[in-house]
Design a protein around this ligand. Structure first.
Ligand code: ARG
Length: 457
């Protein structure tokens, strides 16, 4: 078993210690990024006069061969490969001989792995963005025909005021839009190049880190080598973003789970996106949404796990940092798996408009009754008290508010016969017409804004 660092050792590494130390099982996902970084490094060494043009050509064509092997999945990993960097260097040696040994001049796996990981994330961010955008676009598609579909809106999970289903669906769109903004903002901090920082102190060869930055598509070279090889803020931030997305999806999921219960009966999931029980023949379960809710917990755990790893680490690179990649890969895979399935489930579910309308009782219009009095010149605080009395009276009679007689209304305050017109939930919704309100007109404008944000690719 040959390692990249065997020189100062007499005996070989214990087999189980090797297995514990090895990261190939997961960092092989960085294969293409590792080759890309090495090609750029070979160029930088050539410009620095470390490699001749001929050597450079040979090294680069060897690396390109390796890239093709990765692409075609014909690359053979060896039991001695400790990580992806060792695997690529070993293979390069097999392809071009001892010249391969010149590539690692002035470089360490510390700046190399940080570079590979950032390159991976620069590739992953747009892919994740497209997946979130796809989900947002499903929300808009489902919302569009429901601008006039009424449902109770809730606070404290108690019926509060009527809203439209489109408005409720779009509320989840905006949370995800903030997630996309956060990921876009994160890109700037990912695009800082560690390569050329060596193990920790910088490189002793005259490498032009500015042109290396351009060659690899980064924005700027990291300004401090000690910080560069140990900075994993970008990974922690990424995990915050994925955890936040998980939290947002879990909120939507919890609502859908509630709304599909017999007690609510607002939604019914299609067969393609629900599951049955092995025992109870009647069951139709929202497993997909429960998994989304459950995986939010896992996503949060991945963030907390990495933060705990980073806490109190002495500068600079420590092997603890090898723990950074798995949570990032896992959180990405989790979201890429959940998002399209939830979208499919939402797009194919049946909406029971009757049940939703029936759940809007007269008490959800109590605010509209107070507004009615306000329009007649009653100060809001007073109007609130008067309507509160009406609610109490109706509750005592075990009746809905609209069943109170005109005499009863007039005894309470300055109500006229037109008070009964308030008991139209559509009117209530239509009045909430300012920006961000639930009226069909406001929601129409909201949909236009939403569509603008999901246009393109
Ligand atoms: N596999 C290592 C990681 O993921 C690569 C860096 C190893 N550096 C070292 N000094 N042993 O962090």
């Amino acid at each position: 078993m040959t390692t990249l660092w065997g020189g100062r050792f007499n005996a070989k590494l214990d087999e189980q210690a090797f297995t514990l130390n090895a990261s190939l099982a997961f960092d092989k996902q960085l294969a293409q990024q590792d080759v890309k970084g090495s090609v750029a490094w070979a160029d930088a060494l050539t410009q620095a006069g470390v490699l001749t043009q001929t050597e450079s050509k040979q090294i680069i064509s060897g690396l390109e061969g390796i890239a093709v092997e990765f692409e075609s999945r014909s690359f053979n990993f060896d039991a001695s490969d400790e990580d992806i960097h060792s695997a690529v260097e070993r293979r390069l040696g097999e392809l071009i001989g001892p010249l391969a040994g010149k590539l690692h001049t002035g470089r360490s796996r510390n700046d190399q792995v940080a570079t590979d990981f950032r390159l991976w994330m620069l590739d992953a961010l747009p892919v994740l963005d497209v997946a979130i955008k796809g989900f947002q676009s499903s929300l808009v598609t489902v919302a569009e025909p429901h601008r006039f579909t009424l449902m109770p809106g809730y606070t404290h999970l108690q019926r509060a005021q009527p809203v439209t289903l489109a408005h409720w669906l779009l509320s989840h769109f905006w949370a995800l839009q903030r997630d996309r903004d956060r990921l876009a903002d994160l890109r700037d901090r990912v695009a800082i190049l560690p390569l050329g920082c060596g193990a920790l102190a910088g490189t002793a060869f005259p490498v032009d880190r500015e042109s290396l930055t351009k060659a690899l598509g980064f924005d700027a070279p990291a300004p401090n080598s000690l910080d560069a090889v140990s900075d994993r803020d970008f990974a922690a931030e990424y995990l915050f973003c994925t955890a936040m997305i998980g939290v947002h999806l879990s909120k939507l999921a919890e609502n859908v789970i509630l709304f599909t219960t017999a007690e609510f009966g607002f939604f019914e999931l299609s067969d393609a996106f629900s599951t049955g029980s092995s025992l109870m023949p009647q069951k139709k379960n929202p497993d997909i949404f429960e998994l989304a809710r459950g995986k939010a917990g896992t996503l949060i755990g991945l963030l907390v796990g990495l933060l705990s790893t980073l806490k109190g680490l002495p500068s600079t690179y420590d092997k603890d940092l090898q723990e950074d990649k798995m949570p990032v890969f896992q959180s990405t895979d989790t979201l890429m798996a959940i998002l399209p399935v939830l979208a499919g489930a939402l797009e194919t579910m049946t909406v029971n408009k009757k049940r939703m309308l029936a759940a809007i009782d007269s008490f959800t219009l109590a605010t509209d009754l107070a507004d009615y009095l306000v329009r007649k010149g009653v100060p809001f605080r007073e109007a609130h008290g008067i309507v509160g009395k009406a609610v109490l009276l109706a509750a005592e009679k075990g009746a809905s508010l609209e069943k109170l007689t005109l005499n009863e209304w007039q005894a309470l305050g300055s109500f006229d016969a037109d008070v009964y017109q308030v008991f139209d939930p559509m009117k209530s919704v239509e009045q909430r017409n300012s920006i961000g309100g639930t009226s069909p007109l406001s929601v129409e404008k909201q949909i236009q804004k939403a569509n603008f944000l999901i246009q393109g690719d």
